[in-house]
Write a protein that binds this ligand. Structure first.
Ligand code: DX5
Ligand code: ZN
Length: 214
C-alpha cells in the first residue's frame, strides 16, 4: 500500500521542515488542484508543484478538481507531475479515452476520479486504460470533512471488477481518511490512502505510520 499525504493541509509556514518529514515517511505526495469552478475552492498552480519537485523525490500524484482537465494536464506534466487524475464528471465519456491517452503521451500515469454521488459502474469503458481510480470519500473541495461510509462498497466493487477482468489499476481513496478507517479501506482493496487533515493535525511521522496498518 502507498500513503499519499495531501499537501492541501500542509503548514506552509513550515514548508521545508514538513516536506523533509514527509520525505522520510510517506510514499506519494497528493496535490489537490482546484480551479474554483469545478469545486468552490481555489488552490495552487504548477509553480507550487515545481517547489515540491525541487525538495521531494516522492511520487507526485496530481488530483485535478478542474472543469478543463485537458487544458491543465500538459501544464502539470511540464511542472513535474508523475500521476494525473481527472474527474469523470468533468469530461464527456466520448472524450475520456482520448484524455487518458494524452496523459500517457505526456509520460504520466493516468487516473480517473468519481465524486461521492457517482457510481463506479460508469467507469467500465475506461477501466482497461487507466492506471488508477480515485474514489472521493468526501465532496471534493475542502479538507477536514467526514468520511462517507458508502465509499467502502465502491472500493469493494472496483476491487472485484479488477480481479474479474484482470485489470491493473490502483484504487485510491481521498477524503476523511484516518487511522479509524485505514484498516477497513485496505481490506476492501484500496492501494493508496490520501490523507490531509489527519496527517498534518498531528505528528506527521506517527500519523503516516498509523495509516500503514502493517
Ligand atoms: C477534497 C480534497 C481532500 C484532501 C484530503 O477535495 O481532495 O479530500 O485531499 O483531505 P482530508 O484528508 O483532510 O479529508
Ligand atoms: Zn485529492
Amino acid at each position: 500500500m502507498y500513503t499519499a499525504p495531501s499537501i492541501l493541509s500542509l503548514d506552509y509556514t513550515k514548508f521545508a521542515e514538513q516536506v523533509a518529514e514527509l520525505n522520510e515517511c510517506a510514499d506519494w505526495l497528493h496535490f489537490d488542484v482546484m480551479d474554483g469552478h469545478f469545486v468552490p475552492n481555489l488552490t495552487f498552480g504548477p509553480d507550487i508543484l515545481k517547489a515540491f519537485c525541487r525538495t521531494s523525490p516522492l511520487f507526485k500524484d496530481v488530483h485535478l478538481m478542474v472543469s478543463d482537465p485537458a487544458f491543465f494536464t500538459p501544464v502539470f506534466a511540464k511542472a513535474g507531475a508523475e500521476g494525473i487524475t481527472f474527474h469523470y464528471e468533468a469530461v464527456e465519456e466520448a472524450k475520456q479515452s482520448e484524455l487518458i491517452e494524452a496523459i500517457h503521451e505526456l509520460g504520466c500515469k493516468a487516473g480517473i476520479s468519481i465524486k461521492p454521488g457517482t457510481e463506479p459502474e460508469v467507469l467500465e469503458a475506461v477501466l482497461d486504460k487507466v492506471d488508477l481510480v480515485l474514489v472521493m470519500s468526501v465532496e471534493p473541495g475542502f479538507g477536514g470533512q467526514s468520511f462517507i461510509p458508502s465509499s467502502y462498497d465502491k472500493i469493494r466493487k472496483l476491487a472485484k471488477r479488477r480481479k474479474e477482468k484482470g485489470y491493473s489499476y490502483l484504487i485510491e481513496v481521498d477524503g476523511g481518511v484516518s487511522d479509524q478507517n485505514a484498516a477497513e479501506l485496505l481490506k476492501c482493496g484500496c492501494d493508496v490512502l490520501v490523507a490531509g487533515s489527519y496527517v498534518f493535525k498531528g505528528n506527521i511521522k506517527e500519523r503516516v505510520a498509523s495509516l500503514r496498518q502493517e
